[in-house]
Each structure stands twice: as structure tokens, then as C-alpha cells.
Design a protein. Structure first.
Ligand code: NAP
Ligand code: MG
Length: 400
């Protein structure tokens, strides 16, 4: 059979540890046999980031702006232990943070629902899509340790020299402070991404912050969402029969648990980080969630929502068999290939992406699955397989 041809390359961002191992197997078993893959390869593995002083991460984000679609493997965000383990020159920043700072935008995460894996929250019959603002707040924060008594102030000096000043705290003892920011434009594009995605998928948008406590910072998010909605989306939402609903963050978590799903939950950057892991786990597994960063200019970066699965990697290094779930990484590939196909008007590529996802879901529904799913499935005949055999089982289906 002739392989599917591509016209424009994908930006391929390789990563670390167990997901790097899966990345290669996925390419060998599920991509190369079917597609004449055109990709511009960037090695975001920690060793190479260290060698290039992290320039490779910036280059890969810039390439995403050039080509429009990227697929990313999970990567290590170094901490003190990693600096030692990899003998790093510096504690390099989170690659996802760096890429998101270049591309701006919103990350959409939705559970991959399969028969036999029931959500822990039994009334969640439909997927909940998290829309995570991918710019600013604590991820672009600056922090200080306060060594002892003294006054901490928040100062803004305008270009014209005008100064705004607030006292943060009059310290009588050691402590900590933090400064963070966001940009009105980024918040506006976050709102627009959510409302556009809602119209595309015919789902309502729920948004929540802590505006009662954070009367300027969070309140600005609330105000911008409201303005953008009233101005450009209200009529379209009415026509589509969907709604925009705003409430407080603590109220929304209670409503989410009581709901049936089927809406987009817009979250500020930190809320989205925390809540997407909660949601993924509650729907079954961290590895059963898709994740895509959509920039305001329409660039797309597909990734898995989980990390590099370090514990499994060390077992793999010891020569032990692993049963790591590759579904989210496979869906990162299928998502990127589908989007590439849509942008290039390449029907074969779009069809392949659909078939790859179907083969993956059918494999699990036929009872072949990795350890994390075997532990929670309602299928009494389910069979646990190792990391590689799971991908091979998908390949057999895809070939059939
Ligand atoms: P993790 O890699 O997501 O793994 C945490 C645990 O969740 C695993 O030990 C495993 O549980 C389970 N798990 C996650 N993904 C799984 C999969 N595909 N299949 C089966 N089980 C899975 O998080 P972490 O261990 O906290 O972080 C490891 C590294 O990943 C860190 O260096 C962190 O910086 C990085 N990270 C990267 C990203 C990203 O690039 N997007 C996101 C988060 C974290 P069991 O061990 O119980 O089987
Ligand atoms: Mg996270």
C-alpha cells in the first residue's frame, strides 16, 4: 500500500524518559508504516536542552509559528534533584511554560471516553473540556524570600514617570513575596478562544475566578470575559442554544461535580493546571486525556496532559517490563496529523488520524489495555499488556 504523503511538515518536539521511549515506538509502529512523515525535529530531551542553553525550546516554538502545527512529547521540568541527576548548567524553565509564553493562547483538555472505563463521578455522562489560559500568572511570576524586617511594596512606574504604589506587607520577620502579571490582550484572546471553541463544538462555557477576594486581578478576567461576550458572542450563543455562565471558583467546583458534563470549563492558568489532573483522574486515567494549545493566531500544539512517567522509566532502565499507557501521546499525534490534514486540505491524512483514534479506542474496548486501565475497568475479561504490545495491538487493528 502506498504511504500517505504530506505537503507541509509538522513540528516534532521530542521529550524525556518513558514518554520518549513510547514516542519512538509510536512512530515506528503507528506512523512510519502508513505515512511518509514530514517533520521538523526538535530534541527537547533535557540533555539537549542543557547543551543548547534551552535555545532548542525557543526554536521549536518559533517553528510552530512558521508551520502552524506541532506535536510535543512530555518533558522534564527540572527541579533541584534533576539538576543533580543530569548535571545541568542551570535549572532550566518549564518547556511548556516557555512554549506557551511564545505562542500565548489557551490549552483545551478533554477526556477520551471508552466503554468499560467509567468515571468516578457517576453522573458525568458527557466529557468536560477544560480550557486553560496558557499565559502568565504564577507561571510568569517573580518571587523573593524576605530575609527579615522591612517593607515590601508593589510599584508601577509608567512610561511618563507616574508612579503607583501599594504596600504589600510590613515585615517584622522573614517571609516570602510574589509578583505576577497578565496582559489584557492575552485575557481577551483567552476569552475569544473559549467562545470560538464553544461555538465550534456547540457547548456552553463556564468560567470562574476569585473576584470577590482579588478585586482587581481576578475581577479584570471577569470583566473582560463579560465585555467580549456581550460585544461579539451573545447573539451567536443564543442562536446556537448555548450559554456563558460566570460564577466563583469555589461555587463552580461544586457545580462541576453535580453536573452531567458536556460543557467547556474555562480556567485561569493555575486552576487549569490543577483541575485538569483532577478531571483526567476522575474520568479514569491521566493518560486518557487530549491536550491542545490553541494560540490566538491559530497555531496548534498537541501534547499529552501527563508527565514523563519517571517511575516507569526507571523500571524500564532496570530491564523490567512496563505497562505504560500511550493513548494520550497517540492522540497528540492523531490530533496534530488531523489538523495538518485540515489546513493542507489533505483528506487522506485526516482519515488516517480518525482511523488511528478509532483503532486505539477499539483496542481498549476489545479488552486489551495497560495496567492503569486494567485496574479500573468494568470489563471482567480485560487483559493487561506491556507498553509495546499495546501499541502493536493498535497497529494490527490499523492494518486490518
Ligand atoms: P507523571 O509523569 O504524570 O506521572 C505520575 C504518575 O501518574 C505515574 O507515576 C503513574 O502512576 C501515573 N501515570 C502518568 N502517566 C501515565 C501513563 N501514561 N500511563 C500509566 N500511568 C501514568 O508525573 P510526575 O511523575 O509527577 O512527573 C514526572 C516528570 O514529568 C517530571 O519531571 C515533570 O516535570 C514532568 N511533567 C511534564 C509534563 C509535560 O511535559 N506536559 C507534565 C507534567 C509533568 P504509577 O507510578 O502509580 O503507575
Ligand atoms: Mg500540571
Amino acid at each position: 500500500m502506498a504511504k500517505i504523503q504530506m505537503t507541509t511538515p509538522l513540528v516534532e518536539m521530542d521529550g524525556d524518559e518513558m514518554t520518549r521511549v513510547l514516542w519512538q515506538i509510536i512512530k515506528d509502529e503507528l506512523i512510519y508504516p502508513f505515512i511518509d512523515l514530514k517533520s521538523e525535529y526538535y530534541d527537547l530531551g533535557l540533555e539537549h536542552r542543557n547543551e543548547t542553553n534551552d535555545q532548542v525550546t525557543i526554536d521549536s516554538a518559533e517553528a510552530t509559528k512558521k508551520y502552524g502545527v506541532a506535536v510535543k512529547c512530555a518533558t522534564i521540568t527540572p527541579n533541584a534533584a534533576r539538576v543533580k541527576e543530569y548535571n545541568l548548567k542551570e535549572m532550566w524553565k518549564s518547556p511548556n511554560g516557555t512554549i506557551r509564553a511564545v505562542l500565548d493562547g489557551t490549552v483545551f483538555r478533554a477526556p477520551i471516553i471508552v466503554k468499560g472505563i467509567e468515571p468516578y463521578v457517576k453522573n458525568w455522562t458527557k466529557p468536560i473540556t477544560i480550557a486553560r489560559h496558557a499565559y502568565g500568572d504564577v507561571y510568569k511570576g517573580v518571587e523573593m524570600k524576605v530575609p527579615g524586617p522591612g517593607k515590601a511594596e508593589l510599584v508601577f512606574t509608567g512610561e511618563d514617570g507616574t508612579v503607583q504604589k501599594e504596600t504589600i506587607y510590613d515585615f517584622k520577620e522573614p517571609g516570602i513575596i510574589q509578583g505576577m502579571h497578565n496582559r489584557s490582550k492575552s485575557i481577551e484572546s483567552f476569552a475569544r478562544s473559549c467562545f470560538n471553541y464553544a461555538l465550534d463544538t456547540k457547548q456552553s462555557v463556564w468560567f470562574a475566578t476569585k473576584d470577590t477576594i482579588s478585586k482587581k486581578y481576578d475581577h479584570t478576567f471577569k470583566d473582560i470575559f463579560r465585555e467580549v461576550f456581550e460585544k461579539d458572542y451573545k447573539e451567536k450563543f443564543d442562536a446556537a442554544g448555548i450559554e456563558y455562565f460566570y460564577t466563583l471558583i469555589d461555587d463552580v467546583v461544586a457545580r462541576v461535580i453535580r453536573s452531567n458534563g458536556g460543557y467547556i470549563w474555562a480556567c485561569k492558568n493555575y486552576d487549569g493546571d490543577v483541575m485538569s489532573d483532577m478531571l483526567a483522574t476522575a474520568y479514569g486515567s491521566l493518560a486518557m486525556m487530549t491536550s491542545v494549545l490553541v494560540s490566538p493566531e491559530g497555531y496548534y500544539e498537541y501534547e499529552a496532559a501527563h508527565g514523563t512517567v519517571q517511575r516507569h522509566y526507571y523500571q524500564h532502565l532496570e530491564g523490567k517490563e512496563t505497562s505504560t499507557n500511550s493513548v494520550a501521546t497517540i492522540f497528540a499525534w492523531s490530533g496534530a496529523l488531523r489538523k495538518r490534514g485540515q489546513l493542507d486540505d489533505n483528506k487522506e491524512l485526516v482519515e488516517f488520524a480518525n482511523k488511528l483514534e478509532k483503532a486505539t479506542i477499539d483496542t481498549i474496548e476489545s479488552g486489551i489495555m495497560t495496567k492503569d486501565l486494567k485496574a479500573i475497568t468494568t470489563d471482567p475479561n480485560a487483559k493487561q499488556v506491556n507498553s509495546k504490545d499495546f501499541i502493536k495491538a493498535i497497529r494490527s487493528r490499523l492494518e486490518a
